[in-house]
Design a protein around this ligand. Structure first.
Ligand SMILES: Cc1cc2nc3c(=O)[nH]c(=O)nc-3n(C[C@H](O)[C@H](O)[C@H](O)COP(=O)(O)O)c2cc1C
Length: 421
C-alpha cells in the first residue's frame, strides 16, 4: 500500500500482531450479513465480496454470522458450520490471503431469536421461556429454556465449529456475544430470567459465555486469536448496561479472549441502536416474501424499530469506559466513516477500528484513504443495505448503481447458486 497522507493518519497504517495474527494496518471490515449462501455453504459471490474488501485495503475482513449448528441459524438459508463447509471456506480464505489480508469468521448461535422453519427440535431454545416475535408468523412463536444438557451440547458445537474454521484457513474467529443472539441472551438481564446457576447475578449470567470462551481456547490452543463481539449496552430498559459491560470485558480478558469488538443493541428489540440512521421500513417490507410478514412490518415496524438518529462514532463514550478497564486489544465499531473518525479512534487508544456500512458503500475506501484519494465515506447512512441483504445475490449498497448492476449480472449468470470453489 502507498505511503499514508499525514503523520496522524500514518498511525492507522501501522501493522499489528495479535498472537498468530499479522495485520497490515489497523482497519478491519466488521461482520455485515452478506446473504450469499447456498444450502448453508458459502457461495462464489461470498468469496468475491471478501476478495474485493481485501483488495480494497482492509487488514482483515470478517465473514458474517456462521451458525455453529443447524439450530443456531436465525433463518434456514444461513451459513452453518459442518464437515462439508471446510473445503468451500478454504477456497474463500485462500482467495482473501492472496490479496494480502487476513480473514476472520464470526461464529454464532441465535438462541430464541429465530424464524428458522427447518429445525430438528420443537422450537428455538434460549435462556428463558418467552415469546419469539421474529418467528411468530412462521410458526415459531415460543422460546423454550435450555437445559444444562442443551448448554453443554451447544458449548461443544462452538468448539467444533471454531476448530473447523481454523482448519478452513481462517486467521481468527469471532465469537458472537452481542446483538441479542444466544450468548448475549444469557448476558442480558432483560432476556435471561433463569434462577439456576446460569441466571440472576452477573457471574451466573456470564457462566455459559465464559465456558464457551474457555473451551474454545482449550480447543484451539494459546496462539489462535479469539475475538469476541459484545454489547456495551443492550439499548433497552432492564437490559445490560455499560457498568456490567465493563465487568463482562474484564471477565472475557481473564478467560483468554484475544480482542474485543465493542458494539451494542438487541436485534430483536432495538435493531437501530447498533446502526443509527434512517429506518428503511419501506425497503424491508418490499423484500419480505410473506404477505403476513409484510403486513406485520407495516403495522408494527415503527414500534419495533424506533427511530435512532446517527452521530459519528456513536459508541465511543461507552467504549472508552471499557478501554479504561482492560489491557487487551480493543476493536472500536459504530459510525466510524471519515478518515478523521478513524484517526480519532486510534488516538483514543483503540488498537483497531472496524467499519461496516462505509465499506459496503465502497470496498476500496481504505486504499483510497491510504493514498490520499478520499477523506470521507459516501455512506449516509440510509440503512437500505439491511433490506438488500435479503435479495438474490446478497448485500450491496443501495446508493451505488454500479453495485446494483453488477449484482443483477451475477444473478443472471447464476453465481449466487454456485458453491465457492
Ligand atoms: C447489512 C448489515 C448486516 C449486519 N450483519 C451483522 C452480522 O451478521 N453480525 C454482526 O455482528 N453485526 C452485523 N451488523 C452490524 C455491524 O457489524 C456493525 O456493528 C454496525 O453496522 C455498525 O457499524 P458501522 O457504523 O461501521 O456500519 C450488520 C450491519 C449491517 C448494516
Amino acid at each position: 500500500m502507498d505511503a499514508p497522507q499525514s503523520p496522524r493518519s500514518a498511525d492507522l497504517f501501522e501493522p499489528l500482531r495479535i498472537e498468530s495474527l499479522a495485520l497490515r494496518n489497523r482497519v478491519i471490515k466488521t461482520a455485515t450479513y452478506e446473504g450469499m449462501v447456498v444450502d448453508g455453504l458459502p457461495s462464489e459471490l461470498l468469496k468475491r465480496h471478501h476478495v474485493a474488501l481485501a483488495r480494497g485495503g482492509v487488514a482483515m475482513t470478517t465473514v458474517a454470522y456462521c451458525a455453529v449448528s443447524p439450530e443456531g441459524r436465525t433463518f434456514a438459508n444461513q451459513l452453518v458450520m459442518r464437515h462439508e463447509s471446510v473445503a468451500a471456506l478454504r477456497a474463500l480464505t485462500d482467495a482473501v490471503h492472496r490479496e494480502g489480508a487476513a480473514v476472520m469468521l464470526q461464529l454464532g448461535h441465535c438462541g430464541g431469536f429465530s424464524k428458522n422453519t427447518e429445525l430438528s427440535i420443537r422450537g428455538p431454545l434460549g435462556p428463558s421461556p418467552g415469546f419469539n416475535a421474529y418467528g411468530a408468523l412462521v410458526g415459531r412463536p415460543v422460546v423454550r429454556a435450555m437445559s444444562p444438557a442443551d448448554i453443554e451440547r451447544t458449548t461443544a458445537d462452538f468448539v467444533r465449529a471454531a476448530q473447523r474454521a481454523i482448519e478452513a484457513g481462517f486467521d481468527a474467529i469471532e465469537l458472537h456475544l452481542g446483538h441479542g443472539y444466544l450468548l448475549s441472551q444469557f448476558l442480558s438481564p432483560r432476556l435471561n430470567r433463569r434462577r439456576d446457576g446460569y441466571g440472576g447475578p452477573l457471574p451466573h449470567r456470564l457462566r455459559f459465555p465464559l465456558d464457551v470462551v474457555r473451551r474454545v481456547r482449550a480447543g484451539l490452543g494459546s496462539r489462535v486469536p479469539i475475538f469476541a463481539k459484545m454489547n456495551l449496552d443492550d439499548g433497552v430498559r432492564d437490559g445490560l448496561h455499560v457498568d456490567e459491560a465493563v465487568l463482562v470485558a474484564q471477565a472475557l480478558e481473564e478467560a483468554g479472549t484475544s480482542a474485543l469488538v465493542l458494539s451494542g443493541g438487541l436485534v430483536s428489540h432495538s435493531a437501530l441502536y447498533l446502526l443509527r440512521g434512517e429506518r428503511p421500513l419501506r425497503q424491508m417490507i418490499a423484500v419480505e416474501p410473506s404477505w403476513l410478514q409484510k403486513l406485520a412490518l407495516f403495522a408494527f415496524g415503527p414500534f419495533f424499530v424506533p427511530k435512532t438518529p446517527f452521530t459519528p462514532l456513536f459508541f465511543l463514550p461507552l467504549a472508552k469506559q471499557v478501554r479504561a478497564a482492560v489491557r487487551m486489544p480493543l476493536v472500536y465499531v459504530g459510525g466510524a466513516t471519515s478518515l478523521d473518525d478513524l484517526v480519532r479512534v486510534r488516538d483514543e487508544g483503540f488498537e483497531l477500528v472496524a467499519l461496516g456500512r462505509a465499506l459496503l458503500a465502497d470496498p476500496d475506501l481504505i486504499r483510497r484513504y491510504a493514498t490520499g484519494q478520499a477523506t470521507r465515506s459516501a455512506c449516509s447512512p440510509c440503512n437500505q443495505c439491511i433490506a438488500e441483504m435479503d435479495r438474490p445475490g446478497g448485500v450491496v449498497c443501495a446508493q451505488q448503481p454500479a453495485q446494483l448492476a453488477r449484482r443483477s449480472d451475477e444473478v443472471r449468470a447464476g453465481l449466487h447458486l454456485r458453491v465457492c470453489s
